[in-house]
Design a protein around this ligand. Sequence first.
Ligand code: PAF
Length: 277
Amino acid sequence: MMIVTTFDELRTALPLLEGRLGFVPTMGCLHEGHISLARRARVECDCVAVSIFVNPVQFGPHEDLSKYPRDLERDLHLLEDAGVDLVWTPTPEIMYPAGFQTWVEVEQMTRPLEGAQRPGHFRGVTTVVAKLFNAVQPAKAYFGQKDAQQAAVIRQMTRDLNFPIEIVVCPTVREPDGLAMSSRNVYLDADQRKAAAVLYRSLSAAKAAYEQGERDAERLRTLMKTVLASEPLAQMQYVSCADYDTLQELEQVSGKTLLSMAVFIGKTRLIDNFVLG
Ligand code: PAF
């Protein structure tokens, strides 16, 4: 497995990878969710590249950039075991040298949900992903369904900027009690970890109601809120029942629909979602 840091090193390494290249952008502290993306790329492509970069510009001023978990050595072992060919680990100075002033921004779709709670977050995500795509030029790029809005925004950016890249969105990988795998789960203490399964229970309750015929979006949102309220350690930030493509809140559920939520468990902010229809 080749490991590179600078753009020059990356440019030297990429021609050594022959055939269709699959790419998995990450912020490191890898878990089974990330590894499932690398494995899928391994199956679908001839070569696999992964980036590890904790992207400072997608964190808000009060978010956890300095505390964001990092464990490069462990990440590299996991990626080697998953059969990855190339790992790119740029630094903030390499990605954003002094004088950097070009941003990539997707408009409407970044305003609701995560965008409403985390101003500037998606501008940071789309800017870094555009830079990563430009540098790596993969045939396919892999993202997790857990960050549903991020996946939708990146699909839109890829279309709008004519990147010749297929965006592949892979299913959320869950712990046995349903908690979606996330690098931020390491912040939870034992009680909080138990409480965190409430997100899955809440989404499952709404999905069960939908499967029994409920199509009133407000009733589905209320049901999710009621389950979340039953867990004293959970502090809801938002719940949503929105159109899957536009991310606009619905009154009636008809086509493909995204149930999603952001919930604080202590100081840790967790997100999760289910797709209906
Ligand atoms: O999902 C992530 O880990 C990040 O948002 C991404 C896509 C690697 C961009 O920094």
